[in-house]
Design a protein around this ligand. Structure first.
Ligand SMILES: CC(C)(COP(=O)(O)OP(=O)(O)OC[C@H]1O[C@@H](n2cnc3c(N)ncnc32)[C@H](O)[C@@H]1O)[C@@H](O)C(=O)NCCC(=O)NCCS
Ligand SMILES: Nc1ncnc2c1ncn2[C@@H]1O[C@H](COP(=O)(O)OP(=O)(O)OP(=O)(O)O)[C@@H](O)[C@H]1O
Length: 201
């Protein structure tokens, strides 16, 4: 039996930091952000649809997607965001389903799906347990501005494009509080798996 776990959070709340730690324990990770990048590579069906809707202005000269430009559009315009989501999400879902099936087939004890929009898109039906990486909003804004070199307004727009973390906290089975040091958060991440008796370190 494979335990399927959904790891979620908000933008820049620390999901990748936690999922890299789980990966270092040889736990298979399926990452929605990676799958969504694969879905929009040149020539893929979602890429073709994106160019048809948003125009060639959102491409680099070599034809690859200018992610920064597309991000500026969709994080400040809900209607455009919904269009992009409707193009990309079904394909991401298919790719993740396929990888999850593989993990079950090869008899993995646990597989972790790292999905930022797990609750927004009601993908918690795909998983048996959920872990939320939580951070207070002022810290989230500061880390996001720093990581992506964004203004305060741009960072807030991106955060507002998602369900508030406090609402997600109420929906999750387990919460990792990532306000403190990374070391402290990794300890919490480890404790959860030990409590579930799926991993002992
Ligand atoms: C808009 C795009 C081009 C910006 O690319 P960029 O490289 O700057 O960001 P990246 O893809 O690494 O995403 C960073 C974070 O932004 C947040 N985010 C991304 N897309 C969305 C969205 N549609 N709605 C809300 N939050 C989002 C997530 O927390 C994600 O972890 C890209 O995020 C994208 O194609 N988004 C649509 C697909 C999607 O929803 N991906 C999220 C998981 S399926
Ligand atoms: N506990 C922490 N203390 C200080 N910095 C942290 C901590 N956790 C994460 N960070 C930093 O905050 C930023 C966001 O973390 P991370 O990339 O793991 O978030 P994420 O939730 O995966 O983001 P996204 O979904 O937007 O890609 C990174 O620059 C990371 O190095």
């Amino acid at each position: 039996m494979t335990l399927t776990v959904g790891l979620t959070g908000g933008i820049a709340s620390g999901k990748s930091t936690i999922s890299s730690f789980y990966q270092s324990l040889n736990i298979p990770i399926i990452d929605a952000d990676i799958e969504s990048r694969l879905a929009v590579e040149i020539g893929e069906p979602a890429y073709v649809e994106i160019v048809a809707h948003f125009g060639k202005d959102i491409l680099h000269q070599d034809g690859t997607l200018n992610r920064q430009k597309l991000g500026e559009i969709i994080f400040s315009n809900e209607a455009e965001r919904n269009v992009l989501n409707s193009i990309v999400h079904p394909d991401v879902r298919r790719r993740m389903d396929e990888k999850q099936r593989q993990a079950v087939k090869t008899g993995e004890k646990i597989v972790i799906l790292d999905i930022p929009l797990l609750f927004e898109n009601k993908l918690d039906t795909m998983v048996e347990r959920t872990i939320l990486v939580y951070v207070d909003q002022d810290i989230q804004i500061a880390r996001l501005m720093n990581r992506n070199d964004l203004s305060h307004e741009q960072a807030v727009n991106r955060i507002n494009a998602q369900m508030p973390l406090l609402e997600k906290k109420a929906l999750a089975d387990e919460v990792i509080n990532n306000n403190g040091s990374i070391e402290n958060s990794l300890q919490q991440a480890k404790n959860i798996l030990e409590e579930w008796h799926v991993f002992s370190i």
